[in-house]
Design a protein around this ligand. Structure first.
Ligand code: ARG
Length: 275
């Protein structure tokens, strides 16, 4: 199996955690009384960049803005497919100004940006699988935004309902292992109990061969991973998940972003993919 797995080079956009902090609480992980070690966060974040680059991926950066402590979570800023950028409109007023800074970056990089009309938190809730956009709702991104996304990309959008506040964004409960570029079948890994019963059935129907993760894996941010089709950049605490990936012929690359978990974020949250 492992011989058949082929990595695809990715283009990532990230934002340095220079102004990262937990100053408000908009998900159950965030406790404003807990202090963040910004230096450790910077070191962990640089390790993530090193891991991406060592494995052949391109990493670009957007300048962080003082007063926007969650701007480091680049995934939430947009979804980009085929060079088309669908921007963000945050649920929390504290995060709303981030969108403008990301839009400015995209425009300077030569992209047009479509502004959403309804609350939409980018790749946090909109996961492009290769064939579909899996779209979360329940806590942040709205169903109305799912419709906008389908019209904009012309890609089938599959709506999924999130039910556990610890997994408030789709990308905390599910990630794409293989987008089908080099294999016959796209595939995902996910934590079923984060979803409503109907959404669980949809996922089982679409991905009968998915990697199904435990609550421990999910609580360790194991589902907030980035896969290039062979290497899976994954939180080191998700040990059962890493074993499963290994058995399936993937190569887990552990990257510890423990400081970011204090804000409810992990590897994928810090990573926007430009397709
Ligand atoms: N504190 C941020 C929030 O609650 C964390 C965002 C994490 N990003 C993600 N893609 N899940 O909005």
């Amino acid at each position: 199996m492992s011989d058949s797995r082929v990595p695809r080079k990715r283009r990532f956009l990230v934002c340095e955690p220079r102004h990262f902090a937990v100053q408000y609480a908009i998900n159950p992980w965030m406790r404003p009384d807990v202090t963040v070690d910004v230096e450790l966060a910077q070191e962990q974040w640089r390790e993530l960049l090193r891991a991406y680059r060592v494995h052949g991926h391109t990493v670009e950066t957007v300048e962080p803005v003082p007063g926007l402590p969650d701007m480091v979570f680049a995934a939430n800023s947009a979804v980009v497919v085929g060079g088309r950028v669908f921007g963000s409109l945050f649920h929390a007023p504290e995060r709303r100004p981030e969108s403008l800074h990301y839009d400015t970056w995209f425009k300077a990089a030569g992209f047009d940006v479509r502004r959403p009309e309804s609350v939409c938190e980018g790749e946090g809730d909109l996961v492009f699988t290769g064939r579909y956009v899996l779209a979360g709702s329940g806590f942040r991104t709205t169903r109305a935004a799912h419709h906008e996304v389908q019209e904009f990309f012309g890609v089938p959008v599959i709506g999924l309902t999130l039910v556990d506040p610890y997994f408030y964004h789709l990308d905390t409960a599910l990630f794409v292992l293989d987008d089908g570029t080099h294999s016959r079948e796209e595939n995902i890994a996910y934590y079923p109990d984060a979803f409503s019963p109907g959404s669980r059935e949809v996922l089982a129907r679409l991905y009968p061969d998915a990697v199904v993760a435990t609550r421990e894996d999910a609580m360790a941010f194991g589902l907030n991973s980035v896969s290039d089709g062979l290497h899976v950049f994954v939180a080191p605490g998700a040990t059962a998940l890493a074993d499963q990936l290994d058995r399936r012929g993937y190569v887990p690359v552990p990257v510890d972003l423990s400081e970011f978990q204090k804000a409810g974020g992990g590897i994928k949250c810090c990573t926007q993919e430009i397709r």
